[in-house]
Design a protein around this ligand. Structure first.
Ligand code: MGD
Ligand code: MGD
Ligand code: SF4
Ligand code: MO
Length: 743
């Protein structure tokens, strides 16, 4: 795309309005037509979208056996730009061998994430060694032999195994099994940079680490809290459910330092009325400071108590830690709550009043809650607030982390975590005679830090972009480049394939979910397991993830007791194992015959009998953290996504909903701009304790709370420190303190 097509004028000409006043709408439909052309015709794209495969993109989940664009309640034709982007990327032609000869590594390093993805599908294994200028195409045999030789010569604990949440349950289960049989528990997934705080927080509160509700509960709620997320961009189909809540007279309370356009008003493409006039989503919009949620949540609980609206019977019968929690509520002063949250007592009381009248309330949250050094405490405080009025453990009520990648929850369920659940560990031993190591495994950030210290030799990455998603990008590149070998199993190219390269890098091309020769399964954020039929391979060359993993297994560990790699190359065999060892997953064993998609047992709480040892919901006490970055020359920075990107892959420079035409910007309140003596669009250097970015445009942005700033991920990851939440190990991607210096 020519550079000037990114100008504000060009964008306005394209979208035809001066400022986008709502999310979704006709633009989403126009986008579908555009993507249709890129995919070789709208019908070709439509047919691909309608196959019986789970959506590849986000964890709301749709498709599967009901067919694409249909959800578990049977609502169909839910148009979603995100799902189209992923599909079109997979429908590209393959990258030909001559390409790698004609383009040097330096050429590839100059490409943007979007340009890298647009190179096409990976169809050959490729290799590059440090000091070489070009990737070379190698055969599968050469690639697998090199990997197996290297692993055989390496201490297992000097290897790590990173999984993105795009792969199937079957691939996830098999690769973690392989890593452990080989001898290490350094097995982790992108959740450590995402929702791990939700898993740990929920586990500590209700004894189960995922949503306590099903989709239907959300639509039955009379009040929905939406905290620290922007589903209008990132989980578009959830907006349909929020529309239904509103139409039934329900309330939506948004808690977000930024007034996000799509959360104020959204045009649901599948609903004619909404499409035409738009649906108002937020009934209440609270703008705390970045990192102020913990204080705000405690404030809401305190105000609820002061309104005499606690559910005393529920607290007495169904929660533990109640007395200490009540004491802390009383002891906490309003001054502390107001200064640490940035929200006035009167506003907190107003929201508490609304909550006090709710009969069915759902609390949902996303990265604005988890990407903090107190992410787990944030999640516990949400659970506390829900327990306060008995809003967990009944239909239409509960806790809902809005998860990211389409199968990130599934790979966690089937064992892609450093510590395998005891039940899975025991069942593998008892049912399959499998003996696994009990040495401690490292989380994602710990693996990077070990690599930086020279203690890691080999990385194996199933999907994802570990380089691009890391905090402190300079450090991450250095750490990864110290590896002797990094193996990346991918569908398309991304920045992680050309930056921070190990002594030897091998990239293996794999099939996408809808091209798999055998069915695979995925788990949504509502604990709903879908089966994807797979389909014909679009291009010769890529192999299925499961076949690649079982080939490595067969060569690396030919004689492991209880394991027949040929048998485990069949996804039906793997599902039989998963069904036998993973709690709540028994129905998966026969899903390819029954075609019966299912809700995982033991996770949805429609009765206040929780999965904790005493069956009670646990209330937690916290010390409220000081608000960071309060000096006059400082701002609190969040690093976030735009609507036109999917994680480290940026599809569009512009962010329509935030009315931005480019990404090299820092958005701050106009009053902050003025107080710092800056003009709109003045070039500045943004500096944090970790790094700095020169040449950034400082922009006035009315929608953000004063004292706070916004920049786009992944470009801004040079600024993000490696401070992580001690409990979940999730880095504080939203809690960065920065200074802005005029250039
Ligand atoms: N289009 C698109 N969709 C996606 C993705 C994508 O990259 N692009 N990624 C997928 C993945 S893996 C994930 S995890 C999800 C992420 O989905 P989100 O969590 O919605 O994404 P983020 O852009 O990280 O932004 C979080 C929101 O949190 C707010 N926020 C920031 N800091 C705070 C805070 O301290 N408190 C509160 N209350 N709010 C805060 C921001 O203003 C922003 O609206 O989306 C998934 N879907
Ligand atoms: N500063 C900052 N940093 C962040 C965040 C933030 O908000 N701010 N968000 C964090 C979050 S929430 C997350 S989840 C991480 C994202 O972390 P990752 O999951 O590691 O990154 P992605 O960009 O989603 O990875 C995309 C790549 O996956 C590969 N891929 C796609 N489909 C498939 C498939 O079917 N199979 C295989 N094998 N590969 C496939 C493609 O090569 C594609 O380029 O980033 C984190 N980093
Ligand atoms: S909301 Fe998520 S699961 Fe649903 S179609 Fe869009 S990307 Fe796919
Ligand atoms: Mo994520």
């Amino acid at each position: 795309m020519a550079a000037d097509s990114h100008s504000t004028a060009a964008i306005r000409a394209r979208i035809g309005t001066v400022k986008v006043g709502s999310g979704g709408g006709f633009r989403a439909i126009a986008y579908t037509l555009k993507k249709g052309r890129e995919a070789g015709g709208i019908w070709k794209l439509f047919r691909a979208m309608k196959t019986r495969n789970a959506c590849k993109t986000c964890a709301v989940g749709m498709g599967g056996q009901k067919g694409g664009m249909v959800n578990e309640l049977g609502h169909s034709f839910e148009l979603c730009k995100k799902s189209l982007q992923a599909m079109v990327a997979d429908m590209q032609p393959g990258i030909q061998p001559t390409f790698w000869k004609e383009n040097s590594l330096a050429d590839l390093q100059r490409l943007s994430p979007r340009q890298l993805e647009s190179l096409g599908r990976l169809i050959h294994p490729i290799r590059i060694r440090q000091g070489e200028n070009h990737f070379e195409v190698i055969t599968w045999k050469q690639a697998l032999e090199s990997i197996v030789d290297k692993l055989s010569a390496t201490e297992p604990d000097q290897t790590f195994w990173y999984f993105s949440g795009r792969s199937s349950n079957e691939a996830g289960f098999l690769l973690q099994l392989l890593a452990r049989l080989y001898g290490t528990n350094n097995v982790n997934n992108c959740s450590y940079y995402c929702h791990q705080a939700s898993g740990v927080g929920l586990q500590s509160s209700v004894g189960s680490g995922t949503a306590t509700i099903v989709l239907e509960d959300l639509e039955k709620a009379d009040t929905v809290f939406l905290i620290g997320g922007n589903p209008a961009s990132n989980h578009p189909r959830l907006m349909t459910s929020l529309m239904r809540v509103r139409r039934a007279g329900g309330k939506v309370v948004v808690i977000n330092p930024v007034r996000e356009t799509g959360l104020v008003k959204f045009r649901i493409p599948s609903d004619p009325l909404s499409l035409l006039v738009g649906t108002k989503i937020a009934t209440h919009y609270v703008q705390p400071h970045i990192g102020g949620d913990l204080a705000l949540l405690w404030g809401l609980a305190k105000a609820t108590k002061q309104l005499d609206a606690l559910d005393a019977d529920f607290l007495q019968q169904h929660t533990s830690g109640t007395d200490q929690w009540l004491e802390q509520l009383d002891a906490l002063g309003w001054h502390e709550i107001e200064t640490k949250s940035g929200v006035a007592k009167s506003e907190i009381e107003q929201i508490a009043e609304l909550y006090a009248h709710s009969k069915r309330c759902v609390f949902s949250w996303t990265m604005g809650i988890t990407h903090h050094a107190h992410g787990v405490e944030n999640v516990q405080a949400i659970a506390n607030l829900a327990f306060a009025r008995g809003m967990v453990g009944r239909p239409g009520c509960g806790l809902m982390p809005i998860r990211g990648h389409s199968n990130v929850q599934g790979i966690g369920s089937v064992g892609v975590t450093p510590k395998l659940k005891q039940q899975i560990f025991d069942a593998l031993r008892d049912s399959f005679n499998i003996h696994l190591p009990e040495t401690p495994g490292q989380d994602t950030l710990a693996c990077i830090e070990s690599a930086a210290a020279g203690q890691m030799k080999v990385g194996v990455c199933l999907g994802g972009n570990l380089y691009g998603s890391n905090p402190d990008s300079v450090y991450a590149a250095d750490a990864l480049s110290r590896l002797e070998m990094n193996v990346m199993i991918s569908t398309t190219m991304n920045t992680g394939h050309v930056h921070g390269l190990a002594q030897e890098t091998i990239i293996l091309p794999v099939l996408a979910r809808d091209e798999e020769p055998e069915p695979t399964t995925q788990e949504s954020m509502f604990n709903y397991v879908r089966m994807s039929d797979g389909g014909p391979a679009r291009l010769p060359g890529p192999r299925s993830e499961v076949s690649v993993i079982s080939s490595i297994g067969k060569q690396l560990l030919p004689d492991v007791e209880g394991v027949d790699w040929e048998e485990l190359a069949k996804t039906s065999t793997i599902r039989r194992w998963i069904g036998a060892v993973v709690p709540g997953y028994d129905q998966i064993a026969t899903i390819d015959q029954t075609k019966q998609e299912f809700q995982i047992g033991g996770r949805t709480f429609h009765d206040p009998q929780f999965a904790t040892p005493d069956r009670r919901g646990a209330l937690h006490c916290h010390r409220l953290p000081e608000l960071k970055g309060t000096a006059t020359h400082q701002l609190r920075l969040m690093t976030v996504r735009s609507e036109g990107q999917f994680n480290t892959v940026v599809y569009e420079e512009e962010d329509l909903y935030r009315n931005q035409d480019r990404r090299d910007v820092i958005l701050m309140h106009p009053d902050d701009l003025k107080a710092m003596g800056l003009r709109h669009d003045q070039r500045v250097t943004v500096r944090s304790e970790t790094g700095e970015m020169p040449g950034i445009l400082a922009r006035g942005f009315e929608s953000i709370r004063r004292g706070n700033a916004l920049m786009y991920y992944p470009e801004s990851n040079v600024l993000v420190a490696r401070h992580a939440d001690p409990q979940s190990k999730t880095p504080a991607f939203k809690g960065v303190v920065v200074e802005v210096i005029a250039n």
